[in-house]
Design a protein around this ligand. Structure first.
Ligand code: FEO
Ligand code: CA
Ligand code: CA
Ligand code: CA
Length: 615
């Protein structure tokens, strides 16, 4: 069919930008503005951001730091349509999460350390913000006070559900039931469900917790015995699991979170049925039999790709307002982990990335069961052990170690699944697994994209191939673009998030280009079918040291959205290296006072209209 043939948004690709460029660069005919920035008030009592007068209470009423996942949903859940076409209209709900904080850029010397830490806890989590615009296709403004505006932070109560909820391993002195936990840690990418909730992955949560080291399984997750970078153990005993009664606090993070942005009173949920690892994100597609299939990556070197298949089926006729039944679908189901097999002779894969003699990196694979029909499929482990120690279960069944699988997302048109393997500097190093057909480069600096072709979304076998082996083709021989001429693509490295537009094209955002290829990170469109398959066209470049997150592409509106995360993180408060997004001139006074440092923000890109703005 005609999807993914480079149709859709019309733009000429931008030039790749040198890593020092501190600007948002968009194609000819487009312009950009922010919708919301770190510190912008979204709840009653929130003041305009003033970097010299922050407080934990203010931050809890303001947009958090380092926005990562992004979606804009229609303001009325009755207007949710299929996964492939959302009519955003003139009133929307912006949902973002806030992965981590960087006190070196956030604070001057006037704050004491305890206040900094409390502000940082309030700057983590998620935000829901109502947005409005005058006409479709025009830019949005956010509303400072609106009924659905909400901040989720480290004091927000979550419900824990699924097979591991309520078990001994989830109980603490603060929560003897094992079903409630305060806060969410290091929320990275995510996904939106057809019933209008947002999923978000708890990624590098291990870095906030101290272990006694007595449980050697903690080492498999990188939880350490020394003090943490955040130092929250100084303020709250639960972050140091050596404290009596808090031994299990570590088991209460590392989950996929589900937030209902339409119900500001509903506690967000941590779903144990989806396993515990360093969740990059979670993306949903509905199988032909209406079961819900969720794809997930565990973003660390030599980790795995997972798939969850719900026990129960989505109801199209669920209550449109409450969506109460569909919100239970992620509580029960089967969990699988991917094993990939290449089809070329091993000798043809030498770690250099050269294409094997059959002309493609490809093969077959299977989804190995971890939990099936409510029972553990792993010898010697109970269901709750498989779900809490999912990495160890996946080791036992012999899953394939990948090059940092980040976003794993199904194309809503074809059901094919795209895995962004961002990089793996240790592939092929001493004592580590060497290159294979599905991870074909040793010391993989630039990453690659795996395309999984499922039999049926719920089947346990699949075919796969590499869509892209990334890099800057002008200086790198080991790139591959599914046969598309490398001299015609935009350079691309370190793919992180993926998304699809309404024409079925793949969009990729990157994280790591500055160090890998000395270019700013950005947003890229990739054509998936036809003669242009593999063509990469850069749409946008983010400011110095920033990571491009999202992205969100709306072809009908001719708009693209991106979260700019950690701009200027190679600088400090005293010596900023980025002035994004306000770029005030020296001596100018804006809402940020005299301080001009970087603020992570949500950016919208829209067509210039007859040379004038929409408004
Ligand atoms: Fe938070 Fe895997 O990026
Ligand atoms: Ca990411
Ligand atoms: Ca995505
Ligand atoms: Ca990343």
């Amino acid at each position: 069919h005609g999807y993914g043939r480079g149709k859709g948004l019309s733009f000429g690709p931008i030039e790749t930008q040198d890593w020092t460029v501190d600007d948002v660069v968009v194609p000819e005919g487009y312009e950009w503005s922010t919708i919301i920035r770190w510190g912008d008030p979204i709840l009653p009592g929130g003041h305009a951001f003033d970097v010299t007068r922050q407080s934990p209470a203010q931050q809890a009423r303001q947009f958090g730091y380092n926005c990562d996942y992004l979606d804009i949903l229609p303001s009325n859940p009755r207007h949710l349509r299929s996964m492939v076409e959302t009519r955003r209209g003139r009133r929307g709900l912006l949902v973002a999460n806030h992965e981590y904080t960087n006190r070196d850029i956030m604070f001057d010397d006037s704050y004491d350390d305890a206040t900094k830490r409390a502000i940082e806890r309030a700057a983590h989590g998620m935000s829901v913000v109502e947005v409005v615009r005058r006409r479709e296709g025009g830019p949005w403004d956010y509303l400072r006070v609106a009924p659905k505006n909400r901040r989720i932070h480290m004091d927000t109560e979550f419900t824990i559900d699924g097979p591991a909820a309520g078990t001994d391993a989830m109980r603490t002195v603060e929560d003897p039931t094992g079903t409630k936990v305060r806060g969410t840690l290091n929320n990275c990418a995510g996904g939106t469900t057809p019933w209008g909730t947002v999923l978000s992955g708890e990624e590098n949560w291990h870095g906030y917790l101290i272990t006694s080291g007595e449980d050697e399984r903690d080492a498999r997750y990188g939880i350490e015995t020394g003090s943490t970078r955040y130092g929250w153990e100084l303020d709250d005993p639960r972050f140091d699991t050596r404290n009596a009664g808090y031994e299990n606090e570590k088991n209460r993070f590392g989950w996929v979170v589900e937030l209902d942005p339409y119900d500001p009173t509903a506690a967000p949920v941590k779903h144990t049925a989806l396993g515990r690892f360093k969740h990059e994100g979670a993306n949903v597609i509905i199988a032909p039999d209406k079961r819900v299939v969720v794809y997930m990556g565990d973003d660390e070197r030599f980790e795995y790709v997972y798939k969850f298949v719900s026990k129960n089926r989505m109801r199209d006729g669920d209550d449109r307002r409450t969506r109460a039944y569909n919100k239970t679908l992620l509580s029960e189901g089967d969990l699988y982990v991917a094993k990939f097999q290449g089809d070329s002779p091993a000798g043809e894969i030498d770690g250099s990335g050269s294409v094997p003699s059959d002309g493609a990196f490809d093969g077959t694979g299977e989804w190995l069961p971890l939990v099936v029909d409510g029972e553990s499929a792993v010898d010697g482990m109970s269901v709750e052990e498989v779900l809490i120690w999912t990495r160890i279960a996946a080791d036992r069944v012999g899953a394939t170690k990948m090059d940092r699988p980040e976003d794993v997302e199904p194309n809503p048109f074809t059901g094919n699944v795209y895995v962004a393997c961002t990089n793996n500097s240790q592939r092929g190093s001493a004592g580590r697994e060497a290159a294979t057909e599905m991870n074909p480069r040793n010391a993989n600096r630039d990453g690659h994209i795996v395309e999984i072709v499922e039999g049926d979304q719920t089947s346990t076998w699949f075919a796969w191939n590499l869509l892209i082996v990334a890099g800057d083709p002008s200086v790198n021989d080991s790139t591959y673009f599914s046969g598309f001429p490398a001299d015609k693509v935009s350079p691309i490295s370190c793919p992180d998030n993926v998304a699809f537009d309404t024409d079925g094209n793949l969009w990729i955002s990157t994280d790591g280009q500055p160090s890998a290829i000395q270019k700013c990170d950005g947003i890229f469109r990739v054509t998936l079918t036809g003669r242009e398959r593999g063509n990469v066209e850069q749409f946008l470049s983010v400011p110095r040291s920033g990571e491009a997150c999202g992205p969100l592409v709306d072809v009908r509106d001719k708009m693209v959205y991106v979260n700019v995360q950690h701009p200027g993180d190679d600088g400090s408060f005293a010596e900023p290296t980025s002035y994004f997004p306000d770029y005030l001139d020296e001596g100018e006074r804006g809402p940020v006072g005299s301080w001009r440092g970087p603020r992570p923000s949500t950016v919208q890109v829209y067509k210039k209209h007859g040379g004038r703005r929409w408004w």
